[in-house]
Design a protein around this ligand. Structure first.
Ligand SMILES: [Zn+2]
Length: 431
């Protein structure tokens, strides 16, 4: 459904990097054996220990309540865990659509005057806030500098097409393009060699440079400013292609202070352990030093939360597959726990919205439209600050919230539009 633009990154891995590990972000249902098979040849890291084929009740309860052996109970914001525990007698379903007006985005405006490109310690250039930037601000909205055969072509683009696209740029654009940082990993060079039927070292220096810049900077296309933004495993921006604007947009997903570096996640899916993230980031040729990757007490605490996220994510993939009412109730608990940890860890981008989306789906599968509405409103709020109200996804989600509200108020049944949006037909409940 064209839902998350970080899936663009995934397409890259599917072709020029060995597929990593399946998560629920993958739209296809997966079998547990595929997950296990996918893990085995790729990771040699000790902290990627495959989960048991079916978690024990004790293990699951430990994860759901944050009590892992030898570790103190987690102290997280449980706000997002509470909805299913006690359904409010009269939920205020009008609130979420109207509050946070200060976070909404002026559609004709980006705040690129509030940022600057300058040296980032040990990272080369980076993008920094010159002033305080509130959550929800559209920091950048820019068209592609270099795009290959439409956005779907993405990182899988044929090297010949990339070079052709470069040749078609104006000289001034080529100069800007060549000012970007380039890096090509071995796997990408091998892909280029297959495309060009030529050894990497036999290519001209210009062609190697153009292709290295492309692969190091593209997320659907290469952008002059957006491609300057460095990675963090706890990013403060989320990016998305807005087809209504024909631009890539970068939104602040929390308040950003003056002087702070702006960051995005280069990785598809934040529910990953440190070594899994490192393996992926190797493709960009750097080691992340963000707060989630630092070897400090706090860094290790954060890592423990990522391990929990990974475990919960994998359990969720398994439970979706089962498709019974009991598994649905369990999946709802799991996804609420996921959302709570994501929120407490500052993972506030569209993946949090996806957790809310899943929670709404499970509530609908369990026949509870009222709870589904509350979760759908939470997803809407995430997208309000992540992509803005002019994004096609936001408009769809707003329509879904209206339809769910009509169902809750009894003026209409849960209709086919809602059913399709939450893909309720995909996993029929068997009992
Ligand atoms: Zn990191």
């Amino acid at each position: 459904m064209g839902y998350y633009s970080f899936l663009h990154l995934r397409e890259f891995f599917n072709v020029c990097v060995v597929p990593l590990i399946e998560t629920r972000y993958n739209s296809a249902l997966i079998s547990w054996s595929i997950v296990m098979d996918a893990c085995q040849p790729i990771y040699g890291h000790k902290d990627l220990r495959p989960l048991p084929s079916r978690p024990t009740d004790q293990a699951l309860q430990g994860l759901l309540h944050g009590n892992r052996p030898g570790l103190p109970p987690t102290t997280i914001d449980e706000t997002d865990c509470q909805l299913s525990m006690a359904e409010p007698s009269s939920p205020d379903i009008s609130v979420a659509e109207n509050h946070n007006q200060t976070q909404t985005t002026d559609m004709d405006f980006d705040a690129s005057h509030l940022i600057e490109v300058r040296e980032s310690p040990s990272k080369g250039l980076g993008v920094f806030a010159k002033a305080n930037i509130p959550c929800g601000t559209r920091v950048i909205a820019e068209p592609a500098l270099l795009e290959v055969s439409g956005r779907d072509a993405n990182m899988n683009s044929n090297a010949n097409d990339i070079l052709q696209a470069y040749e078609s740029l104006l000289p001034s654009q080529q100069k800007l393009y060549l000012s970007l940082h380039g890096f090509a990993c071995t796997l990408y060079k091998e892909k280029v060699e297959r495309d060009m039927r030529q050894d990497w070292l036999q290519l001209t220096e210009l062609h190697r440079t153009v292709l290295s810049i492309y692969v190091a900077n593209t997320f659907g296309a290469v952008f002059l400013l957006g491609s300057r933004i460095n990675h963090s495993c706890v990013p403060n921006l989320d990016f998305s292609y807005n087809s209504a604007l024909g631009k890539e947009t970068f939104h602040a997903i929390r308040d950003i202070s003056a002087g702070e570096e702006l960051t995005i996640s280069y990785i598809n899916g934040s529910n990953r352990t440190r070594s899994q993230r490192r393996t992926e980031l190797d493709k960009w040729g750097f080691q992340c030093t963000c707060e989630a990757c630092e070897d400090t007490v706090r860094g290790r605490e954060r890592e423990e939360k990522r391990v929990q996220l990974f475990d919960l994510d994998q359990m969720l993939a398994l439970d979706i597959r089962i498709g019974t009412k009991a598994s649905c109730r369990m999946a709802l608990q799991i996804v609420q726990r996921l959302a709570a940890i994501q929120k407490s860890e500052g993972l506030l981008g569209r993946e949090l919205g996806l957790s809310y989306h899943d929670a709404a789906r499970y509530c609908l599968k369990l026949g509870n439209a009222r709870m589904a509405l509350l979760w759908a409103q939470k997803e809407l709020e995430v997208d309000r600050y992540c992509v803005g109200e002019d994004h096609p996804d936001f408009e769809i989600e707003l329509d879904i919230v209206h339809r769910l509200r009509a169902a809750v108020e009894g003026s209409a049944p849960v209709d086919e539009v809602v059913t399709r949006w939450f893909r309720l037909h995909d996993w029929p409940i068997t009992m």
